[in-house]
Write a protein that binds this ligand. Structure first.
Ligand code: ADP
Length: 339
């Protein structure tokens, strides 16, 4: 795996080297072409001046001589101006083209690197629950286990298949949202109840952290139930993945400044300032393969941001005090129904 990444990096370096060599050669050729033209222009003027001395006698016809000399000098100036102007325009076009090509190649290489990271991460994420589920089932088949142990293994297998299911859903949904094939099914729903139920479900699945809920009741909005559940589970599962065990994850739903806010707050490492915007990009993961401990695909926050956007809201990440991060979703359209 590392060899492949190293190989890609080397490939990237040699592509850049060839690119800059070609660019330097093109600019050098342009400069050389300019020098030759200036020299040629000087030769033409010199030749014309010589010719002038032969044609017009400077003592007998001083005015004509002077006028001709002025014309020759003016033409030389005009040529210089033309060459300089053309040179600058060509140089501008070359640099602009080079910039476009460089940006396109750089973008392509970045995407291909991210996709490769994604493939490696996804392969691992797909393989590990399959391997765990297979092992559990083989153990049940091979050994006569008491009912309690059997149940434990079965529950574990269900958890692993849920993980697999969620990853597949994320991958499919990301592809569908990108190609606009997923149509949100928006309906009026009790958002407070949806958040509360999702947290209950997540609390049952996540045994490593305490989840605290502070939910404003009776909040209604027009939304797509399935994708709204996905954003909540993505944020809470990230909090559980990146924050140390036995810390608290707080989920808050409240009103502020005429908007509805949903916050997922953890006591983890937080997000460095320069990464705060990038983590919502597709396949983006903080750090590199060597420094990352947690497994993932870099799709969760991309999906979350896309879904929030399709609900007319926005998502940001802030620092939690004293430590950790606070993912905050703002939704403008909602109502609080009081009985
Ligand atoms: P994944 O978790 O699969 O890598 P995400 O899109 O969910 O992908 O997250 C992108 C990156 O943002 C993660 O790789 C991680 O570095 C960072 N991140 C997300 N949530 C948190 C969090 N709660 N605390 C710290 N870092 C986080």
């Amino acid at each position: 795996m590392m060899k492949k990444i190293f190989h890609k990096m080397q490939e990237g370096k040699s592509v850049s080297l060839v690119y800059f060599l070609v660019l330097a050669y093109t600019i050098a050729a342009l400069v050389w072409w300019g020098i030759l033209l200036f020299r040629q222009s000087e030769q033409i003027s010199g030749f014309e001046r010589k010719n002038l001395y032969l044609r017009v006698d400077s003592l007998a016809q001083p005015v004509e001589h002077q006028l001709e000399l002025q014309r020759i000098n003016k033409e030389e100036h005009m040529r210089s101006f033309k060459y300089l102007g053309e040179g600058v325009i060509f140089l501008g076009i070359i640099l602009l083209g080079a910039l476009f090509v460089y940006r396109a190649v750089w973008k392509y290489m970045k995407l291909s690197r991210q996709q490769q990271n994604f493939m490696m991460a996804v392969t691992h994420e797909l393989k590990s629950p399959i391997a765990a589920a297979k092992l559990n089932l083989e153990t049940i088949r091979k050994h006569r286990l008491d009912e309690e142990k059997q149940l434990k293994l079965i529950n574990n297998t269900i958890r692993e298949t849920n993980r697999l299911d969620q990853l597949c859903n994320n991958i499919l949904l990301a592809a569908q949202l990108e190609t606009h094939k997923y149509q949100l099914y928006k309906e009026p729903l009790d958002f407070s109840a949806l958040v509360t139920n999702s947290i209950k479900d997540l609390d049952g699945r996540i045994g490593t952290h305490q989840i605290q809920a502070q939910i404003l009741p009776d909040v209604w909005l027009e939304g797509d139930k399935l994708t709204l559940q996905i954003i909540l589970s993505n944020l809470v599962e990230n909090a559980a993945k990146y924050a140390p065990k036995n810390t608290t994850i707080i989920v808050k739903l409240f009103e502020s400044g005429g908007n509805l806010k949903l916050q997922v707050i953890d006591e983890g490492p937080g997000i460095p300032e320069e990464e705060k915007a990038r983590i919502f990009l597709k396949f983006y993961r903080v750090g590199n393969e060597n420094t990352r401990k947690a497994k993932g695909s870099g799709l969760g926050l991309f999906l979350t941001a896309k879904i929030v956007e399709q609900h007319g809201g926005n998502i940001i990440v802030k620092d939690n005090t004293p430590a950790g991060s606070c993912f905050e979703i703002t939704l403008p359209e909602y109502s609080v129904q009081t009985a």
